[in-house]
Ligand binder design. Structure first.
Ligand code: RUQ
Ligand code: CUA
Length: 672
């Protein structure tokens, strides 16, 4: 996004935009940004932050957790990318989490997150995260800060308008950025048959209110536009969803120009309660597809991946009253709904104003059939009929809007690098503050809920030239914290981020911190290779597989001497951490491993697969500094030639008789 926007937009738009708006485009210097009020963001050593800030990682595929107001980084949660730090995606148990219909996909581009809600407010149970590239949706458990589930989205490409959530977490949505030929059709078509063959798709994913488990309830087939972002209605607009769409031109090449041809694109209003009615009336058609559903089980400490083969699809042609299009100036990006649910703010990246639509007016326009024709059979509402009004000359390149619950909107301006505060009722601009630089998303604690907590606003910036010590060709992205408790926004703090931040949410720490999972109970561990005490540690050979039931406790591994492994054997170290204390993980690593370490939480079992690639002695050890004698937490594995008769022996603390096998002529397979 960084390069894309910067190159394209600066050239194409900056000049044009400077003309249409009275905004100054001159770059601000770091100088003018000095003077953050450090005392307001200072959290004394030993004191806790007031909010958790859950921040998307962009192309690192992970999610980061910071404290607000300090900006301190607490954790990077592995979601769509393998993490050598924890072994996520490397251990045998977590590999299935990254399975897809394309096989193992160990990376994604993570843009947006959505915290679960009950009655329009944060409930602190889970958050959802989208994978943009190979369309996926993840659920992360806020008691463990671990990825609990990943669902692949069929008929989709570029899962960007996701994961937006309804006010009781009934649904999380996933709308395709790229329209594509449907999965059950022959996609081997000329690309310039886009208009005939390419379709859009919106998935409604239900969330089990108890377990959180996700399921694709239904999809809606749409015209071949590009979906960008979305928000659910709330309060009076509960039951509706709003999606920004660009490329209503249905261009398939040089979108930079060809998808900006028309004056207006659309906000698609989806009546999902109506969709539910059509679904129960049997209007949905079954389509055969292929997608993975991966679930992590905290008792077996293992993920399973199931390939599913069917999805229910609603065709708008069979479902009148389900979809409407609201014209929206030039390539809308963010579509945000205010806390009351009455106002829908659509930010046209190339537009000189921000249109704000009224849900009440939209309903009236539908009742009055105030339509401006149709687009692919979907009624287009008259722009003026749904419009509450426009924020005039707000700045350049509006992207996203958050709310403070006091009747104000805060819109990020990518091109003019600023945040603009405006009043929702009269649409007057109240304040503006520069960001350093090129802000994408912004976040107010509780901003997308019915009851924002306000107080702070965090800007997530793409460019930080001259703000930090340089680090070679690539400079860090960053977040900036503002105090919004007064009339004027005040910069408090800059902090660099890991990955490229897109959307983020902040939630009061009190909703989460008290319900943290501290350990996994060893007696509840049903992993098939668990050893629930050192007495259960053992080694077994099955063909060329050697399974090691290993335990870890301060400060030794059992077994720590292992002989009888032969060249080419696949060794599975199933390590159970016997600790039952908070924050005492043990790690496990062995020389030459082609994957990573594994980090095992108290009471958990995790498995590292390792292949003996040469004859010799291989040390292994605990990687996490767990005690004063952590460095002693180590062992040896002996690998013998294929034809040797070294017996399978394992021990800790007792030496087996030193039997040295007479040297044998190396067998063919031993020469490596
Ligand atoms: S989109 S700025 Cu996914 Cu706005 Cu990031
Ligand atoms: Cu266990 Cu270090």
């Amino acid at each position: 996004m960084k390069y894309h926007y910067f190159k394209t937009y600066t050239v194409l738009i900056l000049t044009f935009a400077c003309l249409v708006s009275m905004q100054s485009c001159k770059p601000r210097t770091a100088q003018s940004a000095a003077g953050g009020d450090a005392s307001k963001s200072f959290v004394a050593p030993g004191k806790y932050d007031e909010f958790y800030n859950i921040v998307s990682g962009g192309f690192n595929g992970q999610v980061a957790v910071y404290g607000i107001p300090s900006g301190r980084l607490f954790r990077i949660i592995p979601v769509f990318s393998q993490s050598p730090e924890s072994g996520y995606g490397f251990s045998e148990e977590t590999k299935p989490m990254l399975n897809t219909s394309h096989g193992f996909v160990p990376w994604d581009d993570q843009h947006h997150i959505a915290l679960s809600q009950t009655k329009g407010e944060h409930d602190g149970r889970w958050f959802f995260a989208n994978g943009n590239n190979t369309p996926r949706l993840a659920r992360i458990d806020l008691t463990t800060f671990r990825t609990a589930e990943i669902l692949e989205i069929p008929n989709s490409a570029g899962n960007h308008a996701s994961p937006f959530i309804t006010e009781n977490s009934e649904y999380v949505v996933a709308a395709t950025r790229f329209s594509v030929p449907l999965d059950d059709q022959n996609g081997d078509v000329p690309i310039n048959t886009y208009k005939q063959n390419f379709k859009g798709s919106i998935s409604f994913i239900s969330v089990n209110p108890t377990s959180g488990e996700m399921n694709i309830a239904f999809q809606i087939r749409t015209p071949g536009v590009n979906f960008d972002l979305s928000r659910a209605g709330k309060g009076k607009s509960h039951g509706w969803f709003f999606f920004s769409c660009y490329n209503s031109e249905k261009a398939n090449t040089l979108l930079e120009v060809n998808a900006s041809a028309k004056d207006k694109d659309f906000v698609m209003a989806v009546n999902w309660k109506k969709a539910e009615e059509y679904l129960s009336a049997g209007k949905a058609k079954k389509q055969s597809v292929k997608y993975a559903h991966n679930v992590y089980d905290e008792n077996t400490h293992s993920a399973t991946s199931t390939i599913k083969t069917e999805v229910l699809v609603l065709d708008p042609a069979d479902c009148p009253g389900m979809l409407y299009l609201i014209p929206c100036p030039k390539s809308p990006h963010g579509t945000d709904v205010d806390p009351t649910g009455e106002y829908i703010v659509a930010s046209g990246k190339l537009a000189a104003s921000i249109p704000v639509f009224s849900f009440t007016k939209l309903q009236k326009a539908i009742a009055d059939k105030a339509f401006d024709g149709e687009y692919d059979g979907i009624p287009v509402i008259k722009y003026e009929a749904a419009l509450h009004g426009e924020v005039v000359k707000p700045g350049l390149g509006p992207l996203h809007t958050e709310f403070d619950g006091l009747g104000n909107g805060y819109t990020s301006m990518f091109v003019s690098s600023e945040i603009v505060k405006w009043n929702i009722a009269d649409l007057k601009v109240l304040d503006r503050v520069p960001t350093y630089y090129s802000i994408g998303h912004l976040s107010v604690p509780g901003g997308p809920t019915a009851k924002p907590h306000g107080k702070y606003m965090i800007a997530y910036n793409k460019i930080t030239k001259d703000r930090y010590l340089p680090t070679g060709p690539e400079l860090t992205q960053s977040a900036q914290l503002f105090d919004i408790s007064g009339e004027k926004m005040k910069l408090l703090l800059d902090f660099p981020t890991t990955g490229e931040p897109h959307y983020a949410e902040a939630i009061p720490a009190a909703l989460i911190s008290g319900k943290q999972r501290k350990i996994f109970k060893i007696e509840e561990n049903t992993h098939p290779y668990a050893s629930k005490g050192e007495g259960q540690a053992k080694v077994e050979r099955k063909g060329n597989q050697v399974h090691v039931w290993m335990t870890a406790i301060r400060s030794h591994l059992t077994p720590d001497n292992l002989e009888g492994v032969k060249l080419g054997d696949e060794v599975y170290f199933h390590v159970t951490n016997l600790e039952q204390d908070w924050d005492v993980p043990h790690g496990f690593a062995i020389k030459g491993a082609n994957n990573a370490e594994i980090l095992i939480m108290p009471g958990e079992t995790q498995t590292l697969k390792w292949v003996a690639d040469r004859v010799g002695i291989f040390p292994f050890y605990c990687t996490d500094f767990c005690s004063a004698l952590h460095q002693e937490m180590q062992g040896y594995l002996r690998v013998s030639p294929v034809a040797s008769n070294t017996a399978l022996l394992f021990s800790t603390g007792t030496n087996k008789p030193a039997v040295s096998t007479p040297a044998e002529p190396a067998a063919e397979g031993d020469k490596k």
